[in-house]
Design a protein around this ligand. Structure first.
Ligand code: AMP
Ligand code: MG
Length: 327
């Protein structure tokens, strides 16, 4: 069985094709970026509309299949930005109806987790999901993927992007902050905000903007310090979730997990507690449609299907809203 998945929760429009063995046949990623400003919803939606056809055709070409060979269509139903979700949902519904294919709407956050299981040896991991809009520590317990800790305000990626925008680095800012951080040397004390199992970035953002604007600190040192601080926060709550759940596997997901320093911290933490750390390749960490296609297959094989009439978007769907029937 092969599934065509469509992703469009935020900045990325993706078309991915995966088979039932978990083999990625195509993973086309078309991301919105800008030199100035951030993600303005209508602008991002315009970007997605422009790339829909090309992305899907390229995915079919890459996988060397035709639409008639596709057995199933899946799409990110939520959570995400309404403007953006609508484009992917419309494309998926159209393909399913026009070509008579079954349709599965999936949860984007759970897709980040399940792809980790498909491409690594992780069996029952804790997921540290660090992306633009989302930052959650997720693990399976009692029929659902439970959120053991999360951000109380913005996602860690949006935090890095906002800081980067403030200092004139453009969007996406995470990779640019990462490059500057490598040249930083001095650890500047910043607020360290872990509340129970949750984290918060708003106060750190205000603080670091003020530090930058004061002109008393070098940008490289600020980037270095911001990474050391917020990645330590994430690693701390991930470790506590592993201890609480008695799980000895960690999977990283989300675009911020492309960061080498975060990967390093997660590996060190796992080594210290005798656990295993799994990091999928970067193209499967960022928002992508291969993970959406894979979760489509997993759910379809468990008997899940989404009626076209019920395939509207779910911008606010939470990870633990979804009843997990496939485990
Ligand atoms: P996602 O929403 O999962 O696709 O992730 C996008 C986010 O990942 C954006 O906020 C980017 O700035 C961030 N990001 C991408 N690469 C890196 C990196 N190497 N270090 C830190 N953040 C990154
Ligand atoms: Mg994501």
């Amino acid at each position: 069985m092969i599934c065509l998945g469509i992703e469009s929760t935020a900045h990325t429009f993706g078309a991915g094709i995966v088979d039932s063995e978990g083999k990625v046949l195509a993973n086309v990623i078309r991301s919105f970026s800008t030199e100035e400003g951030g993600m303005i919803p209508v602008k991002v939606a315009e970007h997605h509309i422009k790339v829909v056809d090309e992305a899907i055709m390229t995915a079919l070409d890459d996988a060397k299949v035709a639409l008639k060979d596709i057995d199933l269509v899946s799409f990110s139903q939520g959570p995400g930005m309404g403007h953006c979700l609508r484009i992917g949902a419309m494309a998926a519904r159209s393909l399913a109806v026009l070509h008579g294919k079954p349709l599965v709407g999936v949860n984007h956050c759970i897709a980040h987790l399940e792809i980790g299981g498909a491409v690594t040896q992780a069996k029952d991991p804790v997921l540290l999901y660090a992306s633009g809009a989302n930052t959650q520590i997720i693990a399976y317990d009692g029929g659902r993927y439970r959120i053991f800790g999360e951000t109380l305000d913005m996602g860690v990626g949006n935090f890095l992007d906002s800081f980067a925008r403030h200092v004139g680095l453009g969007f996406p800012g995470g990779p640019k902050v990462a490059a500057l951080a490598e040249k930083g040397e001095k650890l500047i004390p910043l607020p360290y905000v872990v509340k129970g199992m949750d984290v918060s970035f708003g106060g750190i953002l205000t603080n670091i903007k003020q530090k930058h604007d004061s002109g008393r600190f070098g940008l490289e040192d600020l980037c270095y310090s911001v990474q050391e601080t917020v990645f330590a926060m994430l690693t701390e709550v991930a470790e506590r979730a592993m201890a609480h759940c008695g799980k000895d596997e960690l999977v990283l997901g989300g675009g911020v997990a492309c960061n080498n320093r975060l990967k390093e911290m997660a590996r060190i933490m796992c080594e210290d507690r005798g656990a295993r750390c799994f990091v999928p390749e970067n193209r499967l960490l960022v928002d992508n449609a291969a993970m959406i296609a894979w979760l489509g297959i997993v759910e379809h094989q468990a008997g899940v299907s989404t009626n076209v009439a019920e395939a509207s978007i779910r911008p606010y769907e939470r990870t633990d809203d979804v009843e997990v029937t496939w485990r």
